[in-house]
Design a protein around this ligand. Structure first.
Ligand code: ACO
Length: 434
């Protein structure tokens, strides 16, 4: 077999002596892809690509990511500009609609978020029937799926009502997340307020108490806003691909997002920031000897890895990590908790690893998870809620991908093939002869 690029827009595949021309698709940022859609029909071959490391499942206008150069853009805007100048609500609008909102559009979107922030009273009772130790991601996934029973309008014509659906989901998931936390420790629910921003409202629902009113700290609100923006989309990652795949069967938005939440729950996907805190706690419990862990991470015979370092796609730097690092410094200072022993260990680890030849050579920088866990801990979010926070941020990304998939002219139900390696057809043996 031979594959050759014969022109800017064609690749030649030579297979069993026969030549086939395959179109090359070029993205707006110069990414190149060989279109193999006709491969099986024309050649009888399929491609195999476990983990889809080289498989483009769609063409998308939403997010551009260049891991080598450390670039992340949503709808053409750099993540740095969006994190600096926008609210999470604006970025959600941008992702779903494709353009930044005008003042009027933003006001209208905010009104919808306010309008839809309550959840049906019957759904509130659901919380009473989960075991108190139920993982919040499991509750979130089930509750989001249940929303389709209470707000089924979209089953008829999903795209007609997409503005309402988007606002409903973004608003209600925030309420569900805060309620699941309050229920988990037997505390009274705090209702959303119309006079608070999206992030301030969430913080208030999480932490307000009749005996100790919660005062929203500006730095905390700003850091949360940045964290949600930085997590809002990351093109075809595991949970987003899940949302697209489930949605490709033309299932409703709630069920598709619920599946995405389940995918994000996995420790290899959304669970890494929890793992960072576990690692810091372990180092602390073992006397704070972080150097021992650096040595372990470098030892080829030891499976231990410094969690929060390295990234599958960012091989230069994670553009989100620097923004989050700065936000974390501000939050810690503002809350007066920069002497937290776990945070000290995190700083020491980062400092040593950034200078250590092993990490420098392999381009292993702290990733977004390294800092996000630190901020969440500082603002009082319990560790088992970290992945829920990730889901809250990723929601507009999932919705925009679901919407794009729904309107894609090339849409097909997702149905990969396989190479069968099991036994060949055998003669059936009746039960009495086995
Ligand atoms: N600590 C120590 N060594 C590491 C680490 C680490 N965190 N990450 C990679 N390495 C080493 C590997 O041992 C390997 O060394 P070698 O060349 O001597 O064999 C080299 O760096 C390359 O590692 P790969 O596993 O090939 O890198 P890959 O891109 O496949 O892995 C990953 C990326 C999975 C994120 C990895 O860096 C890792 O396990 N990090 C820790 C877990 C983590 O932080 N996950 C969250 C990622 S961010 C996110 O998902 C939002």
């Amino acid at each position: 077999m031979l594959l050759d690029c014969v022109s800017d827009d064609k690749a030649e595949l030579v297979l069993d002596g026969k030549k086939y021309l395959l179109p090359i698709i070029i993205g707006t940022e110069g990414e190149r892809a060989i279109d193999i859609r006709s491969l099986r029909t024309e050649t009888g071959h399929i491609t195999i690509d476990s983990g889809y490391m080289n498989t483009g499942s769609c063409a998308s206008q939403i997010t551009f990511l260049d891991g080598e150069k450390g670039i992340l853009n949503y709808r053409g805007y750099g993540i740095e500009d969006l994190a600096e100048h926008c609210s999470f609500v604006e970025v959600s609008y941008l992702l779903v609609h494709g353009t930044l909102p005008t003042g009027d559009e933003l006001r209208r979107f905010r009104e919808l978020l306010n309008l839809y922030s309550l959840i049906h009273e019957d759904m509130i009772h659901f919380f009473d029937h989960y075991p108190s130790n139920a993982p919040p991601m499991s509750i979130l996934s089930s509750m989001v799926n249940s929303l389709s029973n209470y707000y089924p309008e979209m089953n008829e014509n999903p795209l007609e009502d997409i503005d309402n659906m988007t606002a409903r989901l973004i608003s209600k998931v925030r309420t569900i997340a805060a309620f699941s936390y309050r229920k988990s420790y037997g505390s009274q629910l705090v209702m959303p307020r119309h006079d608070f921003s999206y992030c301030a409202n969430f913080l208030n629902m999480m932490f307000d108490s009749p005996v100790k009113p919660y005062v929203v700290n500006d730095e905390v609100e700003s850091a949360l806003n940045k964290l949600l923006i930085l997590h809002a989309d990351h093109e075809q990652n595991c949970s987003t691909s899940t949302v697209r795949l489930v949605g490709s069967a033309r299932v409703n938005l709630y069920a598709s997002i619920s599946a995405g939440i389940s995918a994000l729950w996995g420790p290899l996907h959304g669970g890494a920031n929890m793992a960072v805190m576990d690692m810091l706690e372990e180092i602390h419990a073992n006397g704070g000897d972080y150097k021992k862990y650096i040595t372990k991470a470098k030892d080829r015979n030891d499976p231990f890895r410094l969690v929060g370092f390295g990234h599958r796609v960012y091989k230069n730097h994670d553009p989100r990590a620097q923004i989050i690092k700065e936000a974390s410094e501000k939050v810690l200072k503002s809350l007066g908790v920069d002497d937290d022993p776990l945070l000290q260990i995190a700083r020491e680890l980062e400092d040593v690893a950034l200078r250590d030849e092993y990490f420098v050579e392999r381009k292993l920088y702290p990733n977004v998870d390294f800092y996000s866990g630190i901020i969440y801990r500082a603002i009082g979010i319990p560790q088992n809620m970290f992945t829920v926070m990730f889901a809250l941020g990723r929601l507009p990304g999932w919705i925009s991908h679901w919407r794009e998939m729904w309107t894609d002219a090339n849409w097909r139900i997702g149905r990969p093939r396989q190479v069968y390696v099991g036994p060949q057809r055998k003669k059936f043996v009746p039960l009495e002869d086995r």
